[in-house]
Design a protein around this ligand. Structure first.
Ligand SMILES: C[S@@+](CC[C@H](N)C(=O)[O-])C[C@H]1O[C@@H](n2cnc3c(N)ncnc32)[C@H](O)[C@@H]1O
Length: 402
């Protein structure tokens, strides 16, 4: 048996390819050939339903009869998969005589070309051959395709192309909590503009030549102004770079992602927004606290402790879970105002610092006592403050991590 050891990609656009056979194998081959623009001619006394559909769509010519010598005239390539060994052998002989490459599904001895297992991800085409073992090739192909799709294999292009900005929500901190799409875009980035609370462990997996720009956003210590960040995203995308703006949590939850997306759109720069798992829900969850729970409350409100005035009467008026982000510096005010507006002083409160990271720590008390407990334990930002009866579930739902 000859060894298929010279891989090649063929441009079949507008070129005749003959497929001898009308069953499911032929249908799969015809479908890929049509997708690649080949002029496909099928020779078979009968064809299966999916092949009929391709013929009916007018993309394939069909000779509904047995194969006869001369059917390969004008072909660049032939696939024979008739299911009849003597027909396939005759096709292979004629192909050889006419110097036409022949893929012979049933007999690799007489084949002169082999189809690999193929994965297409973006512009990348991966073709896998595994020494004549198609199942092994398919498994390998599937593994590579999955790794390309989730970004764990790099898919960075090294030729200039269109610039692009992706606002990627990195999730609350654990690097495993980014989305598949976010991870994929990170693997394609030329430059990553990163926030302090983004899952920074992911930066260790970037290629050495990926530029990392620190955008900062520590409380009261902004490394870059919002305008400077917007300008940088726009300028880099315009110069043809793939820019990932890696943010903590979800870009549109108290993350100024809307402003960044608008700035890009206004400047005519393509921008994709990839949602992330917000710390407002995931951090309480990591501490064993569901923000809603049947029989306790079906409502929750996310409140910024940093921006603008807070409508205390409406927060205190209904039975709901209150989730404060950026609230540690205003803890005293939060507790005093909620009690003053009628929330029971014994309402449970939890503060979860650095949720989903190895440094996660949870402090639980009541509205009346949380300030002194937090002072005693030296609670620090970043932390999520949860106020409401759902906090009491923590004892039953907490995991070893929380
Ligand atoms: C500027 S906001 C950004 C929120 C983000 N967009 C999100 O959806 O999670 C930053 C605040 O989120 C909260 N935060 C983010 N990550 C956290 C974490 N791992 N643990 C506790 N709080 C966190 C803190 O309240 C922090 O001050």
């Amino acid at each position: 048996m000859s060894t298929p050891d010279y891989p090649l990609l063929l441009d079949v656009t507008g070129r005749r390819v003959v497929v001898v056979g009308g069953g499911p194998v032929a249908a799969r081959r015809v479908s890929s050939l049509v997708a690649c623009g080949a002029e496909v001619r099928v020779v078979a006394p009968y064809v299966c339903e999916s092949l009929w559909e391709l013929v009916g769509a007018g993309r394939v010519t069909l000779a509904l009869r047995e194969y006869t010598p001369g059917d390969l005239d004008g072909a660049w390539l032939v696939h024979t998969c008739s299911g009849d060994a003597s027909v396939d052998a005759a096709v292979a002989r004629e192909a050889d005589a006419q110097r036409i490459w022949c893929v012979h599904a049933g007999d690799s001895q007489t084949a002169t070309a082999w189809t690999p297992a193929v994965a297409r991800v973006g512009e990348a085409v991966v073709a896998v051959s595994a020494g004549g073992d198609p199942r092994c090739a398919q498994r390998l192909r599937n593994g590579i395709a999955a790794a390309l799709a989730d970004g764990s294999l790099p898919l960075r292009r090294h030729r200039a192309g269109e610039g692009h900005v992706a606002l990627v929500g990195g999730g609350p901190g654990d690097p495993a909590l980014i989305t598949v799409r976010g991870r994929q875009l990170l693997g394609q980035a030329d430059v990553v503009v990163v926030d302090r609370l983004a899952p920074r462990a992911l930066l260790d997996q970037l290629d050495d030549d990926v530029e990392v720009v620190e955008a900062g956003k520590a409380p009261h210590a902004h490394t870059m102004t919002q305008e400077a960040i917007n300008d940088l995203l726009i300028e880099r995308a315009r110069s043809g770079q793939r820019v990932v703006r890696l943010k903590g949590g979800d870009p549109f939850v108290l993350g100024r992602g809307g402003e960044e997306a608008l700035a890009c759109r206004t400047a005519g720069v393509e921008v994709e927004v990839v949602p992330g798992i917000t710390s407002a829900i995931a951090v309480p969850a990591a501490a064993g606290i569901p923000v809603t729970h049947r029989g306790i409350t079906s409502r929750f409100t996310i409140v910024s402790g940093h921006d603008g005035p807070i409508d205390w009467p409406s927060l205190a008026a209904t039975t709901q879970t209150l989730v404060f982000l950026m609230g540690v510096a205003r803890l005293a005010e939060i507790t005093e105002r909620l009690i003053a507006h009628g929330l029971a002083a014994d309402t449970p409160v939890a503060i979860i610092e650095r949720g989903t990271t190895p440094q996660q720590r949870t402090t639980v008390a009541t509205l009346a006592t949380i300030q002194s407990t937090a002072d005693h334990r030296q609670v620090r930002s970043p932390a999520v403050i949860v106020v409401g009866d759902v906090v009491a579930l923590r004892g039953r739902l907490e995991t070893t991590q929380s």
